[in-house]
Design a protein around this ligand. Structure first.
Ligand code: NAD
Ligand code: TYD
Length: 360
């Protein structure tokens, strides 16, 4: 599939989805963007597309079968790129219901409507149609320090309600390919960072707290390891899989950038000190506060991305330290965006998640 092409994107007002929509439209394609605009969905991410006829934002739910069917009938997209999900592990621990609803039932509804639509297409349209399911490395569970990185054949072992709901959706996608020959592909990516990430996740939360001189909450001993990928590199990987991926396959996507949380937090402190020196506050590292660990906290994630590299020629292009520098600069330059996302609902979540975590 070569852009320009019309795609149906779900969850395209969220962090990764909005980066993808901007990327796709910039490349000349067009997008019908189905997003419920939950707390994590923010049309402001797409403000630069206002009035652009190649982007249509529809506020709606992937669980709404008739809406999905109508959008497919009306717009006849060449592909569906499925980002919509509840995505925050801590929220899945506090209230898992929405994760099962959207991630499992919503993906099922989308798949079923997409399959029906696909069956009704002409032979040519049917042969080029694609359904790309965007998933996570968290479905594989937790690694020990000495374990090899996750590859596509690593057995699933999800540990959080979030990871379990994504694993369930991955299995449905797999079943639709095997049972119906439905042209699905799945990507399992490591932790993303970059512009437009909602500041409940580690990197934007720490940037903003460091800027404002608030405590920087590190769960447990700070030794948990994540692999980090700049969001633009994730978008380019998705485009590669859409264009060249083999049907029914899964592709792991990663940044070759394993870092312990404490190191990530310290690096952010140095960058904020550099961009916004504040002698009265002193070095931001002093704000680091070890707090009660996340229940069931996975120790380490790491991705072996050799399949997508060998088959599709994709590689990450941005080094973690460069991407983090760009990301810190972006948050400092977009104080209006930051102010708008930190609504009452956001403040409630911060209170709920951190008030009960005791400083260790
Ligand atoms: P996000 O939480 O920032 O955005 C999710 C979007 O989905 C929001 O715009 C929200 O409004 C929308 N949404 C939620 N429920 C919906 C529903 N029922 N119907 C329609 N829209 C709905 O998430 P993100 O970080 O951008 O993640 C996007 C996808 O990528 C998710 O599927 C996630 O599992 C996956 N993923 C994320 C990461 C990461 O590090 N953020 C890494 C790997 C994979
Ligand atoms: P997060 O950004 O929530 O992503 P995920 O849980 O999907 O990996 O968290 C990244 C890591 O940072 C994870 O090990 C949990 C940890 N963490 C903290 O130490 N403090 C925090 O306040 C948050 C939100 C996360």
């Amino acid at each position: 599939m070569n852009t320009p092409t019309k795609v149906l994107v779900t969850g395209g007002a969220g962090f990764i989805g909005s980066n993808f929509v901007l990327h796709w439209v910039e490349a000349g394609g067009s997008v019908v963007n189905l997003d419920l605009q939950t707390y994590a969905g923010n049309p402001e991410n797409l403000a630069s597309l206002l009035g652009n006829p190649r982007h249509i934002l529809v506020r709606g739910d992937i669980c709404d079968a008739s809406l999905v069917a109508e959008l497919l009938r009306q717009h006849r997209p060449a592909a569906i790129v499925h980002f919509a999900a509840e995505s925050h592990v801590d929220r899945s621990i506090a209230a898992p219901d929405a994760f099962v609803r959207t991630n499992v039932n919503g993906t099922f509804t989308l798949l079923e409507q997409a399959r029906r639509h696909w069956s009704s297409l002409s032979d040519h349209e049917r042969s080029t149609f694609r359904f790309l399911h965007v998933s996570t490395d968290e479905v594989y569970g937790s690694l020990k320090a000495e374990d090899p990185a996750f590859c596509e054949t690593t057995p699933y072992a999800p540990n959080s309600p979030y990871a379990a709901s994504k694993a369930a959706s991955d299995h449905l996608v797999r079943a639709y390919f095997h049972t119906y020959g439905f042209p699905a592909l799945t990507t399992n990516c490591s932790n993303n960072y970059g512009p437009f990430q909602f500041p409940e996740k580690l990197i934007p939360l720490v940037i903003l707290n460091a800027l404002e001189g608030k405590p920087l909450p590190v769960y447990g001993d700070g030794g948990n390891v994540r692999d980090w990928l700049f969001v633009g590199d994730h978008c380019s990987a998705i485009c590669n899989v859409l264009e060249k991926g083999r049907l029914g396959e899964t592709y792991n996507i990663g940044g070759n950038s394993e870092r312990a949380n404490l190191d990530v937090v310290k690096t952010i402190c140095k960058l904020v000190d550099e961009f916004r020196p504040n002698p009265a506050m002193g070095p931001r590292e002093k704000l680091i506060t070890f707090v009660t660990d996340r229940p069931g906290h996975d120790r380490r994630y790491a991705i072996n991305a050799s399949k997508i590299s060998a088959e599709l020629g994709w590689q990450p292009s941005i080094q973690f330290e460069d991407g983090l520098r760009q990301t810190v600069a972006w948050y400092l330059e977009h104080s209006g965006w930051v102010q708008n996302v930190r609504t009452g609902a956001y403040r409630d979540w911060i209170r709920r998640n951190y008030d009960e975590r005791v400083a260790q």
